[in-house]
Design a binder for this molecule. Structure first.
Ligand SMILES: *Cc1c(COP(=O)(O)O)cnc(C)c1O
Length: 244
Protein backbone atom coordinates (compact mmCIF):
# COMPACT_ATOMS: atom_id res chain seq x y z
CA UNK A 1 0.00 0.00 0.00
CA UNK A 2 1.64 3.22 -1.12
CA UNK A 3 -0.98 5.57 0.24
CA UNK A 4 -0.12 6.64 3.75
CA UNK A 5 -2.94 5.71 6.05
CA UNK A 6 -4.18 8.51 8.21
CA UNK A 7 -4.39 7.97 11.93
CA UNK A 8 -8.14 8.31 11.65
CA UNK A 9 -8.41 5.55 9.07
CA UNK A 10 -6.11 3.29 11.07
CA UNK A 11 -8.35 3.72 14.07
CA UNK A 12 -11.42 2.85 11.97
CA UNK A 13 -9.67 -0.26 10.64
CA UNK A 14 -8.78 -1.27 14.18
CA UNK A 15 -12.39 -0.98 15.28
CA UNK A 16 -13.69 -2.83 12.24
CA UNK A 17 -11.23 -5.63 12.91
CA UNK A 18 -12.30 -5.94 16.52
CA UNK A 19 -15.99 -5.75 15.60
CA UNK A 20 -15.58 -8.30 12.82
CA UNK A 21 -14.13 -10.91 15.14
CA UNK A 22 -16.72 -10.19 17.80
CA UNK A 23 -19.60 -10.56 15.34
CA UNK A 24 -18.24 -13.74 13.76
CA UNK A 25 -17.71 -15.25 17.20
CA UNK A 26 -21.26 -14.34 18.19
CA UNK A 27 -22.59 -15.81 14.94
CA UNK A 28 -20.66 -19.03 15.59
CA UNK A 29 -22.01 -19.28 19.11
CA UNK A 30 -25.61 -18.63 18.04
CA UNK A 31 -25.31 -21.13 15.19
CA UNK A 32 -24.10 -23.84 17.51
CA UNK A 33 -26.68 -23.01 20.12
CA UNK A 34 -29.38 -23.42 17.49
CA UNK A 35 -27.97 -26.75 16.34
CA UNK A 36 -26.43 -25.55 13.09
CA UNK A 37 -22.95 -25.21 11.72
CA UNK A 38 -21.32 -21.75 11.77
CA UNK A 39 -20.73 -21.99 8.01
CA UNK A 40 -24.48 -22.40 7.48
CA UNK A 41 -25.00 -18.78 8.54
CA UNK A 42 -24.24 -16.05 6.01
CA UNK A 43 -22.88 -12.81 7.43
CA UNK A 44 -23.73 -9.95 5.07
CA UNK A 45 -22.44 -6.49 5.91
CA UNK A 46 -24.84 -3.62 5.27
CA UNK A 47 -22.50 -1.06 3.77
CA UNK A 48 -24.61 2.08 3.35
CA UNK A 49 -22.64 5.29 4.01
CA UNK A 50 -19.42 3.27 4.37
CA UNK A 51 -16.48 4.19 2.14
CA UNK A 52 -15.23 1.48 -0.22
CA UNK A 53 -11.76 1.38 1.34
CA UNK A 54 -13.31 0.53 4.69
CA UNK A 55 -15.64 -2.04 3.13
CA UNK A 56 -12.66 -3.58 1.33
CA UNK A 57 -10.73 -3.71 4.55
CA UNK A 58 -13.54 -5.80 6.06
CA UNK A 59 -13.41 -8.01 2.96
CA UNK A 60 -9.69 -8.49 3.55
CA UNK A 61 -10.59 -9.84 7.00
CA UNK A 62 -12.79 -12.52 5.45
CA UNK A 63 -16.13 -10.83 4.90
CA UNK A 64 -17.76 -12.45 1.87
CA UNK A 65 -21.09 -10.65 1.41
CA UNK A 66 -21.95 -6.98 1.22
CA UNK A 67 -25.30 -5.27 0.67
CA UNK A 68 -26.23 -1.75 -0.37
CA UNK A 69 -29.68 -0.26 0.04
CA UNK A 70 -29.63 2.65 -2.42
CA UNK A 71 -29.12 2.28 -6.17
CA UNK A 72 -27.38 5.62 -6.55
CA UNK A 73 -24.92 4.92 -3.78
CA UNK A 74 -24.20 1.43 -5.08
CA UNK A 75 -23.45 2.76 -8.55
CA UNK A 76 -21.19 5.50 -7.25
CA UNK A 77 -19.15 2.99 -5.25
CA UNK A 78 -19.36 0.15 -7.75
CA UNK A 79 -15.93 0.44 -9.38
CA UNK A 80 -14.21 0.45 -6.02
CA UNK A 81 -15.65 -2.69 -4.43
CA UNK A 82 -13.31 -5.66 -4.23
CA UNK A 83 -15.75 -7.86 -6.12
CA UNK A 84 -13.20 -10.58 -6.74
CA UNK A 85 -13.40 -11.37 -3.07
CA UNK A 86 -16.95 -10.57 -2.12
CA UNK A 87 -20.47 -10.86 -3.37
CA UNK A 88 -22.59 -7.71 -3.80
CA UNK A 89 -26.32 -7.76 -3.11
CA UNK A 90 -29.10 -5.19 -3.00
CA UNK A 91 -31.04 -5.01 0.27
CA UNK A 92 -33.02 -1.76 0.13
CA UNK A 93 -36.35 -0.67 -1.22
CA UNK A 94 -36.22 -0.77 -5.02
CA UNK A 95 -38.22 1.24 -7.51
CA UNK A 96 -39.14 -0.56 -10.71
CA UNK A 97 -37.59 2.14 -12.90
CA UNK A 98 -34.18 1.60 -11.29
CA UNK A 99 -34.02 -2.15 -11.79
CA UNK A 100 -32.14 -1.98 -15.07
CA UNK A 101 -29.25 -0.16 -13.41
CA UNK A 102 -28.73 -3.05 -11.01
CA UNK A 103 -29.06 -6.09 -13.22
CA UNK A 104 -25.76 -7.85 -13.81
CA UNK A 105 -24.16 -5.89 -10.97
CA UNK A 106 -25.70 -7.65 -7.98
CA UNK A 107 -26.01 -11.36 -7.35
CA UNK A 108 -29.21 -11.07 -5.35
CA UNK A 109 -32.00 -8.56 -4.74
CA UNK A 110 -33.36 -9.13 -1.25
CA UNK A 111 -36.26 -6.71 -1.32
CA UNK A 112 -38.81 -7.98 -3.84
CA UNK A 113 -42.31 -7.33 -2.60
CA UNK A 114 -44.50 -7.07 -5.71
CA UNK A 115 -45.10 -8.93 -8.91
CA UNK A 116 -44.50 -5.72 -10.82
CA UNK A 117 -40.98 -5.46 -9.41
CA UNK A 118 -40.26 -9.17 -9.95
CA UNK A 119 -41.52 -8.86 -13.51
CA UNK A 120 -39.16 -6.02 -14.25
CA UNK A 121 -36.21 -7.92 -12.71
CA UNK A 122 -37.13 -10.86 -14.93
CA UNK A 123 -37.43 -8.70 -18.04
CA UNK A 124 -34.11 -6.95 -17.49
CA UNK A 125 -32.38 -10.22 -16.62
CA UNK A 126 -33.59 -11.81 -19.87
CA UNK A 127 -32.37 -8.77 -21.78
CA UNK A 128 -28.93 -9.07 -20.19
CA UNK A 129 -28.72 -12.83 -20.45
CA UNK A 130 -28.34 -13.32 -16.70
CA UNK A 131 -30.31 -15.00 -13.94
CA UNK A 132 -30.97 -12.89 -10.86
CA UNK A 133 -31.58 -14.39 -7.44
CA UNK A 134 -34.24 -12.71 -5.36
CA UNK A 135 -35.64 -12.89 -1.85
CA UNK A 136 -39.23 -11.97 -1.16
CA UNK A 137 -39.50 -9.29 1.50
CA UNK A 138 -42.26 -9.84 4.04
CA UNK A 139 -43.86 -7.06 6.09
CA UNK A 140 -44.15 -9.34 9.07
CA UNK A 141 -45.22 -6.59 11.48
CA UNK A 142 -48.00 -5.48 9.12
CA UNK A 143 -46.74 -1.93 9.37
CA UNK A 144 -48.26 0.74 7.21
CA UNK A 145 -45.86 2.55 4.89
CA UNK A 146 -43.36 -0.25 5.15
CA UNK A 147 -42.09 -2.32 2.25
CA UNK A 148 -42.79 -6.00 2.06
CA UNK A 149 -45.66 -8.26 1.12
CA UNK A 150 -48.15 -9.19 3.85
CA UNK A 151 -47.97 -12.86 4.81
CA UNK A 152 -51.34 -13.70 3.25
CA UNK A 153 -50.09 -12.33 -0.07
CA UNK A 154 -46.92 -14.38 -0.02
CA UNK A 155 -48.17 -17.67 -1.56
CA UNK A 156 -49.61 -15.92 -4.59
CA UNK A 157 -46.53 -13.72 -5.10
CA UNK A 158 -44.30 -16.76 -4.78
CA UNK A 159 -46.25 -18.75 -7.33
CA UNK A 160 -46.31 -15.91 -9.82
CA UNK A 161 -42.58 -15.20 -9.39
CA UNK A 162 -41.79 -18.88 -9.86
CA UNK A 163 -43.24 -18.68 -13.36
CA UNK A 164 -40.99 -15.80 -14.44
CA UNK A 165 -37.94 -16.30 -16.65
CA UNK A 166 -34.39 -15.65 -15.46
CA UNK A 167 -35.13 -15.17 -11.80
CA UNK A 168 -34.78 -17.62 -8.96
CA UNK A 169 -36.52 -17.18 -5.64
CA UNK A 170 -33.95 -18.09 -2.98
CA UNK A 171 -35.81 -17.28 0.22
CA UNK A 172 -37.36 -14.64 2.41
CA UNK A 173 -36.22 -11.39 3.98
CA UNK A 174 -37.74 -9.15 6.63
CA UNK A 175 -37.16 -6.03 8.66
CA UNK A 176 -39.37 -6.44 11.74
CA UNK A 177 -40.90 -3.49 13.59
CA UNK A 178 -38.78 -1.68 16.14
CA UNK A 179 -39.48 -3.41 19.43
CA UNK A 180 -38.83 -2.40 23.03
CA UNK A 181 -37.53 -5.78 23.97
CA UNK A 182 -36.02 -8.95 22.61
CA UNK A 183 -39.05 -11.12 23.46
CA UNK A 184 -41.26 -9.02 21.26
CA UNK A 185 -38.89 -9.05 18.31
CA UNK A 186 -38.41 -12.80 18.63
CA UNK A 187 -42.13 -13.26 18.06
CA UNK A 188 -41.69 -11.71 14.62
CA UNK A 189 -38.58 -13.76 13.92
CA UNK A 190 -40.41 -16.95 14.92
CA UNK A 191 -43.34 -16.05 12.69
CA UNK A 192 -40.97 -15.58 9.76
CA UNK A 193 -39.29 -18.88 10.48
CA UNK A 194 -42.62 -20.64 10.42
CA UNK A 195 -43.51 -19.08 7.05
CA UNK A 196 -40.09 -20.09 5.76
CA UNK A 197 -40.51 -23.69 6.88
CA UNK A 198 -44.05 -23.92 5.49
CA UNK A 199 -42.95 -22.63 2.10
CA UNK A 200 -39.85 -24.81 2.06
CA UNK A 201 -42.14 -27.82 2.29
CA UNK A 202 -43.76 -26.99 -1.04
CA UNK A 203 -41.94 -27.71 -4.27
CA UNK A 204 -42.10 -25.05 -6.93
CA UNK A 205 -39.92 -24.66 -10.02
CA UNK A 206 -37.35 -21.88 -9.69
CA UNK A 207 -37.91 -21.65 -5.96
CA UNK A 208 -35.38 -22.91 -3.47
CA UNK A 209 -35.79 -21.71 0.03
CA UNK A 210 -32.12 -21.35 0.87
CA UNK A 211 -32.07 -18.08 2.76
CA UNK A 212 -33.99 -16.61 5.64
CA UNK A 213 -32.50 -13.12 5.86
CA UNK A 214 -33.29 -11.38 9.15
CA UNK A 215 -31.47 -9.84 12.08
CA UNK A 216 -29.44 -6.62 12.19
CA UNK A 217 -26.90 -5.08 14.57
CA UNK A 218 -29.11 -5.14 17.64
CA UNK A 219 -30.66 -8.55 17.21
CA UNK A 220 -28.70 -10.80 14.85
CA UNK A 221 -28.03 -13.38 17.55
CA UNK A 222 -31.72 -13.65 18.45
CA UNK A 223 -32.57 -13.89 14.75
CA UNK A 224 -30.19 -16.82 14.31
CA UNK A 225 -31.68 -18.55 17.34
CA UNK A 226 -35.09 -18.11 15.67
CA UNK A 227 -33.90 -19.69 12.42
CA UNK A 228 -32.23 -16.96 10.37
CA UNK A 229 -29.40 -18.21 8.19
CA UNK A 230 -28.46 -14.80 6.85
CA UNK A 231 -27.95 -11.71 8.99
CA UNK A 232 -27.41 -8.17 7.74
CA UNK A 233 -25.18 -6.21 10.07
CA UNK A 234 -24.12 -2.60 9.52
CA UNK A 235 -23.38 -0.28 12.40
CA UNK A 236 -22.15 -3.00 14.74
CA UNK A 237 -19.39 -3.69 12.23
CA UNK A 238 -18.56 -0.27 10.84
CA UNK A 239 -19.61 2.02 13.70
CA UNK A 240 -22.42 4.55 13.80
CA UNK A 241 -23.38 5.77 10.36
CA UNK A 242 -22.43 9.27 9.33
CA UNK A 243 -24.76 10.62 6.66
CA UNK A 244 -22.98 13.16 4.50
C1 LIG B 1 -28.89 -0.65 7.20
C2 LIG B 1 -29.54 -1.96 6.99
C3 LIG B 1 -29.25 -3.06 7.81
C4 LIG B 1 -28.26 -3.02 8.96
O1 LIG B 1 -28.62 -2.11 9.94
P1 LIG B 1 -27.76 -1.99 11.29
O2 LIG B 1 -28.76 -1.73 12.34
O3 LIG B 1 -26.81 -0.89 11.08
O4 LIG B 1 -27.07 -3.29 11.48
C5 LIG B 1 -29.89 -4.25 7.54
N1 LIG B 1 -30.80 -4.36 6.54
C6 LIG B 1 -31.12 -3.33 5.74
C7 LIG B 1 -32.12 -3.53 4.67
C8 LIG B 1 -30.50 -2.11 5.94
O5 LIG B 1 -30.82 -1.07 5.13
Amino acid sequence: MTEKLSAELLEIFDNVKRNYSEITENIYAAAEKSGRKPQDITFLAATKTVEPKIINYAVSLGLKYIGENKVQELLSKYDEYDLENCDLQFIGHLQTNKVKQLIGKVSMIQSVDSFKLAGEISKQSVKNGVTTDILLEVNIGREENKSGVLEEGLPELLEKCAALDNIRVRGLMTIPPICDNKTEICKFFDKMNKLFIDISAKTLDNVSMDFLSMGMSEDYQEAILSGANMVRVGSRLFGARIYR
